[in-house]
Design a binder for this molecule. Structure first.
Ligand SMILES: C[S@@+](CC[C@H](N)C(=O)[O-])C[C@H]1O[C@@H](n2cnc3c(N)ncnc32)[C@H](O)[C@@H]1O
Length: 276
């Protein structure tokens, strides 16, 4: 099912399990996102737009940086995700974070923002440049655009010597691609910013690595989320064996290898919009 002929179905969906996965993932990526936002100059008193806000983790992080004198507006088209995000904002006792339900191609005009941000969102869009361009119009001259998008190539290379990890990673990568997502958008952000009329951004790649149990858990969780898509595309999930024991088998393979494993590394890119 598609919402329109041109907009592919969002592959990760919006189940309760996916919401929990996003929150779990956000805890691991928060330090990377915070470093990027601080480097980009996001701070107290600013008004920040968060696109593709999901269940609100980036908006909550930005709210901490801008403080009570600032404001954060999240854009998200999925009503269930917004309900969860709004409940988390209420639980956190925040009054300066709100969400607008709409597609990113139809963000309503509003008072200008000091910054527009997003994490793991442009990779899902059929035309990330046009969204960057329209979002940048909502940012004041001299304001900031800061995004984090994945770069799977180094992950695939690092995991190549580990057959089970490599099979899991390749299956996820292929499913993303067939779902219309670009799992290697990260490094292409430089050109995307320029095509959107922005200066070439400052960029960094950060790759969390190690041997801890969290890495296997991330792969298992995303495979569970993607399972309906994997089946829809007739991709071979059988070679991974019983998913119920996948985390354990990944950990064993990692433990007895010289290599480390990793999360998909995000590329952070930020630029300041030309002053008029
Ligand atoms: C991978 S989640 C990322 C959520 C959040 N940025 C984070 O890092 O935790 C992407 C979110 O973007 C939303 N999304 C995808 N395409 C969208 C579109 N065209 N318009 C609005 N929201 C969209 C999805 O519903 C989903 O909640």
């Amino acid at each position: 099912m598609t919402t329109s002929d041109s907009i592919p179905q969002y592959a990760l969906g919006s189940t309760d399990a996916e919401h929990e996965r996003l929150i779990w993932q956000a805890e691991r990526f928060a330090p990377l996102t915070e470093r990027l936002f601080r480097e980009a100059g996001i701070g107290p008193g600013q008004r920040v737009l968060d696109i593709g806000s999901g269940v609100g983790d980036v908006a909550l992080l930005a709210a901490r940086l801008v403080g009570s004198s600032g404001e954060v507006v999240g854009i998200e088209r999925d009503a269930r995700s917004i309900a969860r995000a709004q409940a988390r904002v209420t639980d956190a006792g925040l009054h300066n974070v709100s969400f607008v339900q709409c597609d990113l191609s139809q963000i309503p005009d509003s008072k200008s923002f000091d910054a527009a941000v997003g994490r793991f969102i442009l990779m899902w869009l059929p035309d990330p440049v046009s969204v960057l361009r329209s979002v940048s119009r909502l940012v004041r001259p001299g304001g900031v655009l800061a995004f984090q998008e994945p770069y799977w190539a180094p992950l695939l290379s690092l995991l190549a010597p580990l057959p089970l990890w490599s099979a899991a990673a390749s299956l996820i990568y292929k499913t993303f691609q067939l779902s219309g997502a670009d799992p290697d958008l990260g490094p292409a952000l430089y050109q995307a910013f320029q095509e959107a009329g922005l200066p070439g951004p400052a960029m960094r790649l950060e790759m969390p690595m190690g041997k801890g149990p969290g890495f296997a858990q991330w792969f298992y969780d995303i495979l569970c989320t993607l399972r309906p898509q994997i089946l829809k595309f007739n991709l071979p999930i059988g070679p991974l064996g019983d998913l119920d024991t996948l985390v354990e088998r990944l950990q064993v393979e990692g433990r007895f290898s010289d290599s480390v494993v990793c999360f998909p590394p995000p590329v952070g890119a930020w630029a300041r919009k030309h002053a008029d």
